[in-house]
Write a protein that binds this ligand. Sequence first.
Ligand SMILES: [Zn+2]
Length: 528
Amino acid sequence: MYLTNACGCFLFNIANFVLNLQILALSVIMLLFEAGVSSSSSGLENQIFQYIDLHQNEFIQTLKEWVAVESDSIQPGLRQEVIRMVELTADRLRALGATVELVKLGSHKLSDGQSLLLPPLILAELGKDPQKPTVCFYGHVDVQPAKKEDGWKTDPYTLTEIDGNLYGRGATDNKGPVLAWINAVESFRALKLDIPVNLKFIIEGMEEAGSLGLEEIIKKENQRFFSDVDFIVISDNLWLSNRKPALTYGTRGNICFSVEVRCGERDLHSGTFGGIIHEPMTDLIALLDSLVDTSGRILIPGVYDDVASLLEEEKKLYEAIEFDIEEHKNNSGVKKFLYDTKEEILMHLWRYPSLSIHGIEGAFHEPGIKTVIPARVIGKFSIRQVPHMDISIGEHQVIKYLEDVFSKRNSPNKLKVSVPISAMPWLANINDPLYTAARKAIKTVFGQDPEMIRDGSTIPIAQTFQNITRKSVMMLPVGAADDGEHSQKEKISRHNYIQGTKLFATLFLEIAKLPGKLQETSNTTTTN
Ligand SMILES: [Zn+2]
């Protein structure tokens, strides 16, 4: 028994050993298979990355050619250059094999009554495979004005590399990112690789001048050009840091107010009328002073009622962000902020409303003394709105409040509150598949997870796309925080431009891996 048992046990052990060997062999085969699969996909990425690295100087040369075009959309005298830039972009897209349509936008009236031709809008597409997802890229090729005498160290229209940074107007806003996307497509083309997504492009030349005519075209094209689009990617903002990549999922909206107080038709002398009249400026200052308290809290009743409540998941996003309060203070030249912690500061920039007073029209602002009583003054302030505040409710609350404050002053002056311009806030669902794909692409290219950020300013384009097309919209910046868009030292680093190209190429691959063809957006709209 003992022997048999021992023998049986031995045999059992052998059988077990063989079984284990088989399992082991199977595991090894499976591992090898998996390794084979992943090495082939990372092999594909490596092949693309290598191509991009090898051709970086050519990509920079193209950016140099683009920056050389003074496509300033603000100065009427440079409109032809904007049109030339749009045509140059169209040529580049045609060279990729894209079908390009130049949509005429007509003309617009300048303040002097002169009418000026608008640059056409580019609608382009490359690939129409119903099995593949369709990604639409938005960008702009116009720039802010720039003159050497504004304080540029280098010629703003000659892309100049200094210490790995490429200085020039439009380098980061937005010619660099537009070209990074085009370079990514070009790399697939040059390597004769199948582009795993269908691509569409919407590229404008009037962004810096308020995107004239764009919204109407998006509405008009919603059932045609946008009908088969699954995802919209915008790359027209910056990271929060100089080193850590970011993904942007929200922007604040804005309502701008004008508060006019008028006493009569002409300005008066304070020696002749001072002391016997209700002065418009005194009324206006009292009105403006009633808007915010010393802690930055907006005093208009109801303003905070609809602000989205802070959820645990969102709170965690703020904790993970690297943000140097001291650096931010130094950049602003301000000694103390209203809040002390990183979380409070970021939340008050991104997810809580703020009210800023911008100026007073009609006030005497020249140096020296003028004993004038202005007859008509207009105070200007704005409220940065956040999800889920409503523009018309906000307008109503402000107008009612100012009228109440004014009526308590028993002033015979005339009060008029108007809203010259407003734009809605935007908020995307960070669990949307598009964000998942972008997170993975960022991890692959930069070796780290992105910071999930919002933008405290108002970038209406994301909300416009989301609101009209109901597609997934994402803002995927490639420029670093210190890129200085609109400033006299605008740049994009060689590193960000080239890694940005890789990021877009990887994004195509990641989007193609998303399960199934997706339906309408699951994004949260902030529309009220
Ligand atoms: Zn821009």
